[in-house]
Design a protein around this ligand. Structure first.
Ligand SMILES: O=C(O)CCC(=O)C(=O)O
Length: 282
């Protein structure tokens, strides 16, 4: 689904109430209960400062003095630290640059203003930021539900940014996989093209939204951003998510390369959380 097919924009409505809060070109869409897409909704200077903060978090200087950015497996390796294609860092919001943190809070605020079903409150604000870098190929991440302990508490919104290369965000109410024998379309899987600076927020009734990423378009990162960061023409993609997981404060190192819900106890806890959410928002 491209933006022209998105049916309901709430940007105009928000602008009517507070014309200084929403940029003139912003598009804000309510995709379904508890899911908001923010497009062109951030001041470009603030957005680029936040992107710089994200990249800076992966910065290192090689023994020859060159600056590289990544989240690499070790001090001299060029192998990303998370699987064969991804680099990852997970840490408390306070440990990142303030521009990135502010961008995440602004997105949460805009989304909560756009959708009354997105829960509000200080206990819904992100405690942690996860950055995942996708360097090679066009593979993203298979469809899944964010129901691991690291993913966020209860119904707290997840704020998810696309920085750099364009990608396709797939989502559906119920999990889909290719073994179901039903096409994605018939199953009701929807798609949104995520460009540099686009953000999707989901929470409340949609907290356990099934979602995935594919079709990362190598080389679509804005040229100015790419040049500023010293990347080659392929660019890169970073997904920044802001998550509310206060009980993990102090345990961040355990979640740098976490594999989700592996033990039976973790799987049971995830199922209980999904069921409690479904009951609460029935
Ligand atoms: O890369 C993305 O945009 C999605 C990442 C994701 O689905 C997740 O961290 O749960």
């Amino acid at each position: 689904m491209q933006s022209s097919e998105l049916t309901k924009t709430v940007a105009a409505l928000l602008r009517d109430h507070d014309d200084e809060m929403v940029l003139p070109g912003a598009e804000i869409y309510s995709l379904r209960r508890g899911v908001v897409l923010l497009r062109g909704a951030f001041d470009p200077t603030q957005l680029e400062a936040a992107v710089d903060d994200a990249f800076a978090r992966g910065e290192r200087r090689t023994p020859h003095g060159a600056v590289q950015t990544g989240w690499y497996a070790d001090a001299t390796s060029k192998q990303l630290n998370y699987g064969t294609q991804r680099g990852r860092v997970y840490d408390r919001v306070e440990t990142y640059g303030s521009n990135l943190v502010k961008l995440g809070r602004r997105a949460l605020f805009l989304a909560q203003t756009a959708d009354i079903e997105l829960p509000l409150g200080l206990d819904k604000v992100a405690t942690h930021t996860l950055l995942v870098r996708y360097d090679q190929g066009s593979r993203g991440i298979a469809g899944h539900v964010d129901d691991a302990v690291i993913d966020g508490d209860n119904d707290a919104p997840i704020v998810s940014f696309n920085f750099g290369n364009t990608a396709r965000f797939l989502y559906a109410d119920m999990p889909w996989n290719r073994f179901l024998g039903v096409s994605m379309k018939d199953h009701g899987v929807r798609e949104v093209e995520m460009q540099h600076g686009d953000c999707i927020v989901w929470g409340g009734p949609a907290r356990y939204l099934w979602h995935g990423i594919d079709q990362i378009q190598i080389g679509t990162m804005p040229a100015a951003t790419r040049a500023r960061l010293g990347l080659d023409e392929k660019g890169t993609r970073i997904n920044a998510t802001f998550r509310c997981t206060p009980e993990l404060i102090g345990r961040e190192a355990e979640f740098q390369t976490v594999v989700k819900n592996m033990t039976p106890a973790e799987k049971r806890a995830a199922k209980r959380a999904r069921e409690a959410n479904a009951a609460a928002y029935a």
